[in-house]
Design a protein around this ligand. Structure first.
Ligand SMILES: NC(=O)c1ccc[n+]([C@@H]2O[C@H](COP(=O)([O-])OP(=O)(O)OC[C@H]3O[C@@H](n4cnc5c(N)ncnc54)[C@H](O)[C@@H]3O)[C@@H](O)[C@H]2O)c1
Length: 248
């Protein structure tokens, strides 16, 4: 098993990609702390993982809230003795055109998608530094590279921020033996893209060399690779998983 004995926090674990990642990590031997603002969803995922013989705990929080995030790391270390892996996956997406974006929506998207990544990365880094090891994986998006047309500009800009933050943290955490990387998915079959509507999804899929969206499990495989020892010499990498949509 790739993650035997590891303790991992996965934010947004009640969602499509987060829950697929939690299940995969648990199958690979990790104890997974499922963190999400939606309590029922993470309790259900934790229950299913437990039934399958895995180890999971649910922790309800808002990733944009500093106290919640500090509490998440403290509770994880108190309960399970360590913290080896963090997957900053929670995010909100809006499709509003720029002329209709309210300042409050702009601020909320940036708070969840970018401040949330900063807060948990900072707290994880603080702990991992004492152990001189750890893996931090952030979720970016293809929209960070090509701009947001279907998704909103606030979402795309937040994800571009995630890419730059990932590289900055990778530089500062490398001397402490901590790997920091991002996964950059293209459109993936989830409620987030279901909300775009069938017509937009068909048109977008036609532009992808593989002519289909990714599955949440296919994104989870890339996250597992970055969480495992197989990627030990990688840091600051932005790993595209997009069926060939962007090749850079
Ligand atoms: N679905 C796609 O096509 C796609 C493409 C590129 C990148 N991504 C990224 O992948 C990640 C997962 O996306 P998904 O499609 O599984 O989305 P999803 O909506 O299914 O899951 C997101 C989860 O984050 C949680 N969340 C939202 N706000 C939160 C907060 N303030 N605090 C804690 N949890 C919060 C939600 O409750 C939800 O469970 C996101 O970072 C997303 O931006 C998705």
């Amino acid at each position: 098993m790739e993650l035997s004995g590891s303790v991992a926090i996965i934010t947004g674990a009640g969602g499509a990609i987060g829950s697929a990642t939690a299940r995969l990590f648990a199958r690979e031997g990790a104890t997974v702390v499922l963190a999400d603002v939606r309590k029922d969803e993470i309790q259900e995922v934790a229950r299913q993982i437990g039934e399958g013989g895995g180890k999971a705990a649910a922790f309800m929080l808002d990733v944009s809230d500093e106290k919640d995030v500090v509490g998440l790391v403290r509770s994880t270390v108190d309960s399970f003795g360590t913290l080896d892996i963090v997957v900053n996956n929670a995010a909100i997406s809006m499709t509003t055109p720029i002329l209709d974006i309210e300042v409050s929506d702009w601020d909320r998207v940036l708070a969840v998608n970018l401040r949330g990544v900063f807060l948990l990365s900072r707290e994880a880094f603080r702990f991992m530094k004492t152990r001189r090891k750890g893996k931090i994986i952030n979720m970016a998006s293809a929209s960070a590279k090509i701009g947001g047309l279907v998704v909103g500009a606030h979402y795309a800009a937040s994800k571009a921020g995630v890419i730059c933050f990932t590289k900055s943290l990778a530089l500062q955490a490398a001397p402490d033996g901590i790997n920091v990387n991002a996964v950059c998915p293209g459109p993936t079959k989830t409620p987030m893209t279901d909300a775009w509507g069938e017509k937009a999804n068909q048109e977008f899929a036609a532009k992808i060399p593989f002519k289909r969206y990714g599955e949440p499990e296919e994104i989870a495989e890339a996250i597992l690779f970055l969480a495992s020892d197989r990627s030990r010499y990688m840091t600051g990498e932005i790993l595209d998983v997009n069926g060939g949509l962007i090749m850079d």
